[in-house]
Design a protein around this ligand. Structure first.
Ligand SMILES: [Zn+2]
Length: 161
C-alpha cells in the first residue's frame, strides 16, 4: 500500500533536486528509533514527548513536603499573631491542612501536565500525515503546496493545524 501511495506523493518544493525521494515522517522516526541509537533525523522529526498523568507519581513526595511545610509556615504565622493551639489541636490541624495543601499541589500539577500535553497531542493527527523529502530536507503534507525545512517541523505543524 505504501509503495503506490508514496509514488504519487512528491515533494512540493519547486527547487527540489529529486522530488520523489519522499517518505512518511512517522516511518522515518520508526526506522530511526528502531535500534538503540536514535538517528539525528529521527530526533529532528519526532514530536516532543507529552507529559502523561502517570508522571504525577513523581510529584507525590514533593507535594507532601510542600503541603506540610506550607501548613507549618501558616502555624508559625498564627503563632506570630498570638494565635496559639494546644498540642493535640496543633497536630490535628497540621495533618488536616497539610493533607489539603498536598492535594491542592497535586491537582495543580495534574492540570499543568494536561495543559502542556494537550497542544502536543493535538498535533499528532497532522504529524501522522506528514512527509519528509530526503532530497531537500523538507517536510510537507501530501498534495499540498506548502513545505518547510525539517528543523521547522513544529512551526509548520502549528500553522497547518
Ligand atoms: Zn524535496
Amino acid at each position: 500500500m505504501t509503495t503506490s501511495q508514496s509514488q504519487r506523493i512528491s515533494c512540493p518544493n519547486p527547487h527540489c533536486p529529486n522530488p520523489i525521494l519522499v517518505q512518511k515522517v512517522s516511518g522515518v522516526v520508526a526506522d530511526g528509533t528502531a535500534s538503540y541509537v536514535t538517528t539525528t533525523l529521527a530526533t529532528k522529526l519526532s514530536l516532543p514527548k507529552a507529559p502523561e498523568e502517570k508522571d504525577l507519581s513523581r510529584a507525590i513526595t514533593p507535594a507532601i513536603i510542600g503541603g506540610y511545610g506550607a501548613s507549618l509556615l501558616l502555624f508559625a504565622l498564627f503563632a506570630s499573631l498570638g494565635i496559639l493551639f494546644t498540642e493535640i489541636g496543633f497536630v490535628f490541624a497540621w495533618i488536616l491542612l497539610g493533607t489539603v495543601f498536598s492535594l491542592l499541589i497535586l491537582v495543580a500539577y495534574r492540570n499543568y501536565i494536561k495543559n502542556v500535553a494537550r497542544p502536543i497531542k493535538a498535533l499528532v493527527p497532522k504529524w501522522d500525515q506528514l512527509y519528509y523529502c530526503r532530497s531537500c530536507d523538507s517536510v510537507f503534507l501530501p498534495r499540498k503546496p506548502d513545505f518547510a525545512p525539517a528543523d521547522q517541523m513544529m512551526e509548520f505543524l502549528k500553522c497547518n493545524q
